[in-house]
Design a binder for this molecule. Structure first.
Ligand code: AHR
Length: 670
């Protein structure tokens, strides 16, 4: 068994025990509760510290078909015939005709995109061709238009005709076009197909008639309706979901994908920029990683590469946080490390990335960015060195990166990592060694049971206020259910994360960045669960965990405000958790209250030091069942609702729903 799976199994075992503990925790909380009001003071006039604009962000990793088949809107799988099996995703089709599909090598050799497809056609009175099944089907909407393009040439004197159709699962044509003007020279042909029906499992059929041969490469289909209508761009609905969270940063490209299963398979940003047909495709390291969720057709075309990433971060007003390979492949897999004598090329990649993002047009990499259509710098401020590495080998390599980066780019904040676990020998070792160095932030990861999250609402209370800052870079509550070994995005998991996040909020002096992980998953092609946002070929939905993230992120504020009950922060007393912040620019006070008990909780608050407008708002997220979750069919089973609330003089009384996450918004009086 692979080590990562072993780790997951152990986590699952732990979860089982902890879910039981969790249930008893909830029961004991219920017995303590009663209906007495909790009196809370909110010291609006005593801000503790600044909250960083980067506080709540997102973690993008190309896992679960997040990039190809997900946010990257290309609808054709294996468009350039470069998968290990060059015809994967394609099937032969014919009617009163015959022929052959022959993957062929370019001559002279092309290192980046070595194959094209030769279609030998013998169909003077019929048709022969091929059909692509998309990424678990092709999603099209009635009336929407789709840009088809292909690089093609035909053999001499062949007179071959080419027709392209969208086909529904019953074989009906639901849109099509003809490609005319094929010659013996390679040329790019483009045409628009309009769908006559909405269909989530369509296919694309390319048919030829006549006799001869035709060569094809880069067979592509994109919706014209992409994010910002960019041709060859990103899926609008998925980007909108991310943008709606107003994240402070976007971490990219992961995750273990940064590391690769071995060093050859690591993520190399330089192969992800420039014209798409010149980006070298590789196997996605997640394709066969998970025993029960194997996806042999999972590759990285890098259509969503580093340029598109920087552009996305800029579009949605988030800081980019690229994570780079530090000369180590995944320690759960091959665990290869580059010798220290060769670490220079990895550090050079980091320096070149900074130049690509921020350099002028006169620098070699700045010039590449400008040639891609972005003359202005992307203002990169952070860089992550290594993903989830551990032990001396990491520290040794990190030290070299830090030395050079600090010297050459003192303006860039470096994010280092504490490894895969939230505690233990390796975690302690990483912290003790990194404290001797000077990263701006240390990335901590925790995929733990809900009870851990509730208990750890106090995790950062005793971290050094003046020490290295924390990036809670990957976290998610994993709660095992009877019918599935992998966790769902249950209401219990979201509730526990919310309780924990009040602890991050209360410790904004220590925690400067936090991101749930992973971000995206295709319902028919995932490897890892839970995930923040789920999608199929037509729809995209938020999980309860997503709404929790959104509630915190859109009510971030810029000053941390103390919330006290009997002089102490609320960190689970009588199942209540709380944090607060104020926002000078909106003139608002945000009070976050989480009730993890099955009973309603009356709460009486006295926001101190300022006067507030009488009417305020409470946003509530709750569900009747702890194991409820949202689906494509019922995307709003767990969904925030807003209610008006009214101050009584200087006091505010609310009753928190059982198992609820609440954000109260009060407006300061001018
Ligand atoms: O988020 C999924 C994986 O979890 C990430 O790739 C890795 O960093 C962690 O182990």
């Amino acid at each position: 068994m692979m080590p990562l799976q072993k780790l997951l199994l152990n986590i699952n075992r732990m979860r089982k025990t902890l879910v039981i503990c969790m249930a008893s925790l909830i029961i004991s909380a219920v017995s303590l509760s009663g209906q007495q009001s909790a009196d809370i003071s909110v010291l609006a006039n005593k801000p503790v510290c600044d909250i960083q604009p980067t506080m709540w962000g997102v973690f993008f990793e190309d896992i679960n078909f997040a990039a190809d088949g997900g946010i990257y809107a290309e609808l054709i799988k294996n468009r350039s015939f470069e998968f290990t099996l060059p015809l994967m995703g394609w099937d032969e089709v014919s009617q009163n005709g015959s022929g052959r599909l022959l993957p062929t090598f370019y001559s002279p050799a092309d290192d980046i995109n070595p194959h094209f497809l030769t279609v030998v056609v013998d169909a003077p009175a019929g048709t022969f061709g091929l059909m692509n099944d998309g990424f678990r089907g092709i999603g099209v909407r009635n009336g929407n238009s789709y840009n088809f393009s292909v690089n093609a040439r035909i053999s001499e004197n062949s007179g071959i005709k080419m027709k392209v159709d969208l086909i529904d699962p019953k074989g009906g044509v639901i849109g099509g076009t003809e490609i005319i003007g094929l010659t013996t020279q390679w040329s790019k042909f483009q045409s628009v197909i309009t769908a006559s029906r909405t269909e989530s499992m369509a296919k694309l059929r390319v048919l030829f008639s006549g006799k001869g041969s035709v060569d094809l490469d880069m067979v592509s289909l994109f919706p014209t309706d992409t994010w910002k209508n960019r041709p060859g761009g990103l899926r609008r609905d998925i980007v909108e979901k991310i943008a709606d969270m107003r994240p402070g940063f976007v971490r990219f490209p992961g995750g273990c994908i940064v590391e690769g299963r071995n060093l050859t398979n690591r993520y190399q940003w330089k192969t992800t920029v420039g014209p798409v047909e010149e980006r070298k495709l590789i196997i996605n390291r997640w394709n066969m990683e998970m025993q029960n969720h194997q996806t042999p057709d999972y590759f990285q075309s890098f259509g969503m590469g580093f340029f598109e990433y920087f552009q996305l971060a800029e579009d949605i007003g988030a800081e980019p946080l690229p994570i780079l390979n530090c000369g180590m492949s995944c320690q759960f897999n091959a665990g290869e490390v580059v010798p220290m004598t060769e670490i220079g090329q990895y550090i050079q990649d980091a320096l070149d990335l900074i130049e690509f993002a921020n350099g002028s047009a006169t620098t070699p990499w700045g010039k590449v960015r400008v040639s891609m259509g972005h003359p202005a710098p992307f203002n990169l401020k952070f860089i992550g060195v290594g993903n989830e590495q551990w032990d001396e080998q990491y520290i040794e390599r990190y030290r070299e990166f830090e030395k050079v980066l600090h010297q050459r780019h003192p303006e860039i904040k470096i994010v280092s990592g504490a490894g895969p676990s939230p505690s233990g020998k390796l975690f302690d070792y990483a912290w003790s060694e990194l404290k001797k160095l000077s990263p701006a932030l240390i990335d901590e990861h925790y995929y733990m049971p809900p009870s851990w999250f509730m208990k750890n609402a106090t995790r950062y209370d005793n971290y050094d206020r003046n020490g290295i800052k924390v990036f809670a870079g990957e976290y998610a509550a994993h709660s095992r259910e009877a019918e599935a070994p992998e966790s769902r995005n249950s209401w219990l998991s979201a509730l526990a994360e919310a309780a924990f996040m009040t602890g991050l909020d209360r410790n904004a002096a220590v925690v400067n960045m936090a991101s749930y992980a992973p971000l995206l998953a295709h319902v028919d092609a995932w490897q890892w669960r839970p995930d923040l946002i789920w999608f199929d070929n037509l729809n995209c939905i938020g999980t309860p965990n997503y709404y929790v993230q959104k509630m915190f992120s859109t009510h971030k504020g810029n000053k941390e405000i103390p919330v006290l009950n009997a002089g102490k922060p609320l960190t689970g007393t009588d199942s209540l958790y709380a944090s607060a912040s104020s926002d000078g620019s909106t003139g608002e006070l945000y009070i976050k209250l989480v009730n993890t008990s099955r009973s309603a909780k009356p709460v009486r608050m006295a926001p101190e030091g300022y006067s507030f407008q009488k009417m305020g708002v409470i946003e509530i997220l709750t569900s009747a069942g702890l194991y409820d979750y949202n689906t494509i069919e019922k995307p709003k089973l767990i969904y925030p609702v807003e209610k008006q609330i009214s101050m009584e003089g200087k006091k505010l009384s609310v009753t928190l729903d059982p198992w609820s996450v609440n954000v109260i918004v009060l407006k300061y009086k001018k």
